[in-house]
Write a protein that binds this ligand. Sequence first.
Ligand code: 5GP
Ligand code: ZN
Length: 110
Amino acid sequence: MEQDCIFCKIVAKESPADIVYENDKLVVFKDINPEAPVHLLVVPKKHIRSVNDIEPEDQALVGEMVAAAKLVAAQEGINESGYNLLFNVERGGGQIIFHLHLHLLGGWKR
Ligand code: 5GP
Ligand code: ZN
């Protein structure tokens, strides 16, 4: 666990979050400031700073993040209507929380 990392604190249940899915490797919780009708964050329990810090041994974990996104999209009933999966990478890419996370955005009527 990284000191002063809000997502590590959520993973450790030291900070509250609306968790919709959890397994031994990751948690999925609602974004506090949603930008879509459904806006969830897929967060590995391991602290990885950003996509730039993914090591070869993390590649299975990244695959599990995508698999969890697919599963939770179905759980939320947005898999048929469609959704976006997004990594913001570093400050120039809009990253503000430096603990790896995959945005799952969907639920629009279009
Ligand atoms: P980034 O821009 O780093 O890719 O996205 C970070 C996301 O985390 C933002 O959409 C922001 O609303 C969300 N966020 C930041 N702090 C918290 C928090 O304490 N709890 C939850 N649930 N979401 C957060
Ligand atoms: Zn962290």
